[in-house]
Ligand binder design. Structure first.
Ligand code: AMP
Length: 219
């Protein structure tokens, strides 16, 4: 697949399946999957200055400041591996971030924003049951998509854990932040004629098929 349709932003509430779909789309289009959440969690693990500041906000389900996030994405998409495109997962998360992204490269004519729509009660259930791999970041669901061996990643064998911010009280805060800060991005991209709306319910493979159909990216 060429570069014409390879700049994709994944939108949707936490637990909508952005990480899973971004991974699948990244393999399909052969462009990098950039998860700002994963970048921040790596900084937290390293104990960097940014990581220490970000952890306090992430643990409460709040957003890391827009200028910091635009800076992180600016540096990451300047990488040679992003020359043909990228899949952004978890960025932009606010209108100022989306404007920041436009300012970075000028408007990317081929940029499409995919909105994964999942009812709120379902995302709450998914997040509460989510287990994440400490190694390769693969995600599992305790009942719908359990690992073959409890607590162990099928893909890389590392240990699974429950993210701090997948605990019940933080989930509520994250959903509130989503409604307030992130959901206005749907009309932002709709106005630009760049929004693709995808039903995010069902199996990962079913959602992926809808997603590639919506993008016209041929699976
Ligand atoms: P995620 O893995 O995308 O659910 O992100 C986990 C947490 O990282 C979020 O709840 C925020 O605290 C922070 N974060 C990730 N991406 C962004 C972003 N684009 N803007 C602000 N904060 C972010």
């Amino acid at each position: 697949m060429g570069s014409s349709r390879a700049h994709v932003v994944l939108l949707g509430p936490p637990g909508a399946g952005k990480g899973t779909q971004a991974g699948m789309l990244s393999r399909h289009l052969e462009v990098p999957h950039i998860s700002t959440g994963d970048i921040l969690r790596d900084e937290v693990q390293r104990g960097s200055e940014l990581g220490i500041k970000a952890k306090g906000l992430m643990d409460k389900g709040e957003l890391v400041p827009d200028d910091v996030m635009v800076g992180i994405v600016r540096d990451r998409i300047a990488g040679a591996d992003c020359a043909e495109g990228f899949i952004l997962d978890g960025f932009p998360r606010s209108v100022p971030q989306a404007v920041g992204l436009e300012k970075l490269n000028g408007v990317i004519p081929s940029l499409l924003a995919v909105s994964l729509a999942v009812p709120l009660d379902e995302v709450v259930e998914r997040l509460g049951q989510r287990r994440t791999c400490q190694g390769c970041k693969a995600m599992f669901h305790e009942t719908l998509n359990p690992p073959k061996v409890a607590g162990v990643c099928d893909r890389c064998g590392a240990t699974l854990y429950q993210r701090e911010d997948d605990q019940k009280d933080v989930i509520e805060a994250r959903l509130e932040v989503y409604q307030r800060e992130t959901s206005p991005l749907l009309s932002f991209y709709r106005q630009r004629g760049a929004l693709v709306e995808v039903d995010g319910t069902g199996s990962a493979n079913e959602v992926f098929q809808r997603l590639v159909d919506g993008l016209g990216a041929g699976a």
